[in-house]
Design a protein around this ligand. Structure first.
Ligand SMILES: Cc1cc2nc3c(=O)[nH]c(=O)nc-3n(C[C@H](O)[C@H](O)[C@H](O)COP(=O)(O)OP(=O)(O)OC[C@H]3O[C@@H](n4cnc5c(N)ncnc54)[C@H](O)[C@@H]3O)c2cc1C
Length: 271
């Protein structure tokens, strides 16, 4: 199918992009187009105005700060997965980004697009929620920073206002000695995860993030790193999967138990 007709804009600055959004309430921004493109082709999205961010090259970066990495919204998934800074300081993020779709998707899709799209099964929202990232958005009223726990509101819904643009996200650097693990279950390699689990271990405290189960990532905090099987059972009880005829809630609970058990075991033995 082909998209419904739309007017195409290619702003040369963030200010120009923001002016286009505030002047056209029915406008949508497009970044990698890997989610919005298919939605427009299927006519699930029919924006009258499309604001293409791809000339805003200054939104593609990985910057190191004392305790965090700041990553620009237009940074492609492949660049996140292969960045030496991300691999060194946020290895969980690099590992999860490497599992997104296929190479073609990773070379176009962007960090900002994935966070703004807020698919509950997507890797980057899960990692952002698990690590406690902070998301920066710009609008005509200036810039504001939103904690990931407040940014993801529900299924494909975020705290972004329609006239705002996500500009970057700050991910805390892994502390010395921090361990991590990531696991997901998909029908085929490259498919969206049915369930994904990320965990970190620092100072005998485990954090477990679970994606694909509820309408946004679920994060279990301050857990004792005890028997992985017991933690798997506890996680199963903690989640309340949304009903989905293709993947029944009971099946996803089962997957949560198994994946949490394996992910915790992997995290406890990782170096
Ligand atoms: C075959 C296939 C397999 C895929 N598999 C996976 C997978 O396994 N895991 C996964 O996580 N994703 C997967 N994706 C989706 C992919 O990761 C997308 O890149 C991502 O979801 C959206 O990023 P994008 O840059 O392409 O955004 P776009 O498609 O351009 O935009 C998506 C949404 O975000 C908004 N948006 C984009 N950028 C901004 C911004 N800076 N500020 C405000 N709003 C913005 C758009 O308006 C739109 O609503 C897959 C896609 C395909 C086609």
């Amino acid at each position: 199918m082909k998209p419904a007709p739309f007017r195409y804009h290619r702003p040369q600055s963030l200010g120009e992009a923001l002016a286009l959004l505030s002047g056209h309430p029915d406008a949508r921004v497009i970044a990698g187009g890997q989610s919005l493109g298919p939605m427009m082709n299927m006519r699930l999205a029919q924006p009258a105005e499309l604001v293409d961010l791809n000339d805003l090259k200054n939104l593609s970066f990985v910057n190191e700060h004392e305790n965090a990495l700041e990553i620009g919204a237009l940074t492609r998934h492949h660049a996140v997965a292969t960045s030496p800074l991300v691999r060194k300081h946020c290895p969980l993020l690099a590992e999860a980004a490497q599992t997104i779709g296929h190479y073609a998707i990773r070379s176009r899709g962007t960090l900002g697009g994935s966070l703004a799209h807020a698919d509950p099964a997507a890797q980057l929202p899960l990692v952002a929620a698990t690590l406690g990232a902070e998301i920066a958005v710009a609008g005509k009223r200036g810039e504001r920073r939103i904690a990931a726990k407040d940014f993801f509101v529900s299924l494909m819904s975020t705290a972004l206002e329609p006239d705002e643009i996500l500009v970057s996200a700050r991910f805390p650097k892994a502390a010395p000695g921090e361990r991590h693990a990531y696991l997901q279950f998909s029908r085929r390699q490259g498919d969206f995860a049915i369930v994904a689990v990320a965990c970190t271990l620092l100072h005998q405290k485990l954090k477990i993030g679970i994606g694909g189960v509820e309408d946004k990532p679920v994060v279990l905090l301050d857990l004792e790193p005890s028997d992985p099987a017991a933690l798997g059972r506890a996680a199963r009880e903690a989640v309340d999967p949304t009903e989905n005829p293709r993947v029944p809630a009971l099946y996803r609970k089962e997957l949560v138990e198994v994946l949490v058990k394996r992910c915790v075991a992997k995290c406890l033995t990782s170096s």
